[in-house]
Design a protein around this ligand. Sequence first.
Ligand SMILES: Nc1ncnc2c1ncn2[C@@H]1O[C@H](COP(=O)(O)OP(=O)(O)O)[C@@H](O)[C@H]1O
Ligand SMILES: [Mg+2]
Length: 261
Amino acid sequence: MPKLEFREVGKSFVSPDDNKGTLTVVDRLSLAVEEHEFLSVLGPSGCGKTTLVRMAAGLIPVDVGEILLDGVAVTNSSPKVSMVFQNIGLMPWKTVWGNVALGLELLSHRSLTSGEREEVTASIEMVGLRGFENYYPYQISGGMQQRVGLARALVRKPTVLLMDEPFGALDAQTRAILQDELLHLWRERKCTIFFITHDLDEAIYLSDRVAIVSRRPGRIKQVLKVGLPRPRYAYDARADPEFVRLRHLAWESIKEELSRL
Ligand SMILES: Nc1ncnc2c1ncn2[C@@H]1O[C@H](COP(=O)(O)OP(=O)(O)O)[C@@H](O)[C@H]1O
Ligand SMILES: [Mg+2]
């Protein structure tokens, strides 16, 4: 059974402009993410990627079709699922520690037990932020803020991690480092990752499979299997003929969608 499955999912939004009716954003989209898989979704801006993640997280309902988590329809947010965004949404008035603790507080709606407090500290350590527990978001770099977002997601011990362009705002080196750290955490935690990006290299480097979504309304256009061995090494992997071949295929596919917008 797939870990996360989109079955003929459709979603439309009512246009804020009364006379323009509805906008179909996702159209009968089907995709299955296997347990422990790292699957990336690539697609042109506006094709419905964020909408897909928000539906999978149970934040907004599907209109038609269904999304299954462990074979059960997603209707609400689940403690088994964590989300990480590009705009990490840290609370500016909370410290690094406080922001990571929020990951658990929002699940239980009570103050944390001592065991949970240890989990918070362990998560902060896991993303390399030991020593920065008492810093506020404005006192740390963008890369470190993204690590806080990741720690906040991981502290819940999710079995599925939904990531919506999490590294989009970072400089190239910080992004490369966080990509490797994410792969490391993924291996260690053995979770399933559903990763949205518009960066071809990032998608290929990280993933077991890359799903390419068509322009709006989004449907799965093509799924590429990434045959690169793991562990992968940032700049070496990119020079591998298999990487070059996949990048070519992915770019041809995406380019077609962009030119038809
Ligand atoms: N709550 C909403 N109300 C109306 N339109 C929306 C809403 N959310 C997203 N959209 C529209 O859906 C389309 C897809 O958005 P989104 O899923 O954010 O795309 P992507 O993440 O692929 O760039 C866009 O045209 C956007 O304007
Ligand atoms: Mg988006």
